[in-house]
Design a protein around this ligand. Structure first.
Ligand SMILES: [Zn+2]
Length: 418
């Protein structure tokens, strides 16, 4: 190896070490079916953070945390006043999640930092690996709490009293997690950041199908969420004539059918999901008096997102069948485009490493969505088997995972020397 290649961080990315660390992380909260259940701010989350601290200590990287529990691993730069370059993702998972969603961006980010360190390069800017708190939003809703608070879009006060299914608040869970590492230095969330790149498995089938190793992510599609409530009238299933009923469930079924038609899209770009449906009182011999369901609706194009989004309420009302309908929007995330400057670097580094790559839009939301307000932001996708994610069967090859981190390590180094 000549001196130039010795100095290239990607040459120090260790496929086996990365794989070992990912599998080590996956043991924390491991499920019997080979997946991971690591809820935000749980004992498993605490153990995952302690593991990051252990790894960081070996390299002399500092570890700090902030008021929402985001964890930062930092390698210093030569300019003490320079704003950092950040990389990372999340360590929490869905209840029946996989080994790679989130963990790849954090553990892989750490592998990139280790590789840069071992290359001997001193970057001008510090580089930080961050594990954002509660990205998934499965224990505490909404998700992306850590990155939202860091970006200034959300206030911590609005998250602290949110409760999980056992009535435990974010405030209490944070207190417990801070107690597991009482000596960890504190920093405030937020501040100036000079660039952010998040590595993630694609969570879709495109890269694998086209045999591309690297996805240069162009942006994140817009995502909205609504809660629809239909109020009818409870009645006796045996005695109330059908004609006189105000059956909230039958109304809901008609509404969902009408929404399905509204969202019909021959190009299959619209993402429309009714993921939760609650029927009340939920008794076999009572006509349902109330139904609540959720709508998750996404599209990469702002105009379409607005046009179809505004049509949801009138469509619900027109199909209410005598019931009362109310529609509440609870999420309204505009589509974001990532910075050309970051995409150019990721694309060029992939080409230099002879890794087949393509531009790709993200269908899923990520912490990177929040970073676009703060600094030039980008993401690197690697293929996952069959596009399967949010599933215990989630899988990716060690080679693809390492390839993504080789691109990440070189890209971070370039950004950190700008
Ligand atoms: Zn994720």
């Amino acid at each position: 190896m000549d001196s130039i290649s010795q100095n290239t961080p990607s040459n120090h990315v260790d496929t086996a070490r990365l794989g070992d660390r990912l599998m080590g992380m996956a043991q924390i909260g491991a499920t019997p079916n080979g997946g991971v259940n690591r809820q935000a701010l749980s004992a498993e989350d605490a153990a995952a953070r302690l593991k990051m601290m252990e790894w960081a200590a070996v390299y002399g990287f500092s570890v700090t945390t902030d008021e929402i529990g985001n964890l930062y691993v930092r390698r210093v730069g030569t300019d003490p006043n320079a704003a950092p370059i950040m990389t990372g993702s999340h360590l929490d998972s869905q209840p029946t999640g996989g080994k790679f969603d989130g963990a790849y961006g954090v553990v892989g980010g750490f592998e990139a930092l280790a590789a840069i360190h071992e290359s001997g390069i001193q970057t001008k800017r510090p580089i930080e690996v961050v594990a954002w708190t509660n990205e998934e939003g499965s224990r505490f809703q909404p998700g992306c709490a850590g990155s939202a608070i860091f970006s200034g879009k959300d206030r911590i006060e609005d998250h602290l009293d949110i409760k999980d299914w056992d009535g435990v608040t974010v405030r209490e869970a944070l207190k417990a997690i801070f107690a597991t590492a009482p000596d960890m230095p504190y920093r405030a969330a937020g501040g100036t950041v000079d660039g952010y790149i998040e590595a993630h498995i694609e969570q879709g089938p495109v890269l694998e199908a086209e045999a591309k190793t690297i996805g240069v992510v162009t942006g994140i599609q817009g995502a909205t969420r609504f809660v629809v409530e239909i109020v009818g009238e409870e009645a006796h299933a045996g005695t109330a004539p059908l004609k006189l009923r105000k059956d909230a469930l039958k109304s809901a079924c008609t509404i969902v059918g009408a929404l399905e038609e509204l969202m019909a899209d021959p190009t299959d770009t619209v993402r429309f999901t009714v993921g939760r449906f609650d029927v009340m009182p939920g008794s076999p011999n009572t006509v349902p008096g109330r139904v609540q369901f959720t709508i998750d609706f996404r599209h990469p194009d702002m105009d379409t997102l607005k046009r179809l989004g505004t049509a949801i309420q009138p469509t619900c009302e027109a199909n209410a069948r005598g019931c009362h309908v109310s529609v509440t929007q609870i999420v309204d995330n505009a589509p974001v485009a990532f910075a050309d400057s970051v995409m150019d670097i990721i694309r060029a580094e992939s080409d230099t490493l002879s890794l087949p790559n393509r531009d790709i839009a993200s269908g899923a939301g990520h912490d990177a969505w929040y970073m676009t307000d703060l600094c030039p932001t980008g993401m690197i996708f690697v293929p996952c088997k069959g596009g399967v994610s949010h599933n215990e069967a989630e899988s990716a090859t060690p080679e693809d995972l390492a390839a993504g981190i080789r691109v990440l390590a070189n890209s971070l180094t370039l950004l950190a020397n700008r």
